[in-house]
Design a protein around this ligand. Structure first.
Ligand code: 4FN
Length: 238
């Protein structure tokens, strides 16, 4: 899978080199190409932004420079994604479907955003990573690259692929609490059941813990049936 990132701040993508993504790049499973939008400026001062028609605060990125940057990388198979707070909020289903694409062009905004005409001209999908104010689309683009790359065949070890297929059945649930050595830490011990050797009981406990945890912190992730299940569990324990 190839990612072409159109950005004014290519240096911001340095951390990707030190993540799990680095190995995927080395193995040629994914290819991340950074394009500096500023390279497509036409004036000698390398300007890429200008004031908004109609007035208002801040600057907008000009449509012509963005279009030329896009033109330098687009093919017939490209899908263009604009990282934008106006987009659909990214989730695991969107990530899994994007992994089926062979070429993603990720467009990152800055300042007050980008002239609407070039967005209308080139963008296939707008995607947001959540509801908060950011200074640019670069961190969202990195989040998208990270989550989509996990689904590209060969990126994850076989071990974590196995765990993933398990995790997928429980995808709408938060993870159960996990423990490692030492058995006692600051007076707190590891739940008895986990050293019982009874794998069936351990699975049952973990599933219940996941449900209870999700009910308490993220109830919107549960369906009605799951909520009823947790309410029954909580009743029996009181
Ligand atoms: N943000 C909001 C409302 C109005 C503006 C913003 C905002 C960066 C170029 C967009 C933000 C959040 C999630 C891209 C936010 C994202 C961005 C993202 C983003 C500079 C213009 C801007 C109602 C969401 C709080 C700045 C809400 N996912 N404008 O942050 O690019 O991808």
């Amino acid at each position: 899978m190839k990612f072409d990132v159109l950005t004014l701040f290519p240096e911001m993508f340095e951390p990707l080199k030190y993540s799990i993504i680095e190995r995927a790049v080395e193995k040629n499973l994914i290819n991340i190409n950074l394009i500096n939008i500023r390279d497509f400026s036409k004036d000698k001062h390398k300007h890429v932004d200008d004031t908004p028609y109609g007035g208002g605060a801040g600057m907008l990125i000009r449509p012509d420079v963005v279009y030329d940057a896009y033109n330098s990388v687009k093919t017939e198979k490209s899908k263009v994604i604009y990282l934008s707070p106006k987009g659909k909020v990214l989730n695991q289903t969107i990530a899994r479907n994007l992994a089926k694409e062979e070429h993603l062009i990720l467009l990152c905004g800055h300042y007050e955003g980008i002239d609407q005409r070039v967005l209308d001209e080139i963008v296939d999908e707008e995607i947001s990573i959540g509801d908060y104010v950011l200074t640019g689309g670069e961190l969202p683009a990195m989040v998208l690259i990270d989550t989509v790359s996990r689904y590209v065949k060969g990126v994850l070890s076989e071990d974590s692929t196995k765990e993933e297929s398990f995790a997928e059945q429980h995808e709408n649930l938060l993870e159960y609490p996990a423990y490692t050595r030492p058995l006692e830490f600051r007076g707190k011990t590891v739940p008895q059941i986990l050293s019982s050797g009874n794998h069936q009981e351990i699975e049952k406990w973990r599933k219940e813990q996941s449900l209870i945890m999700t009910y308490k912190n993220r109830p919107e992730l549960l369906n009605e049936e799951q909520k009823a299940e947790v309410e029954k569990l909580l009743q029996n324990n009181s």
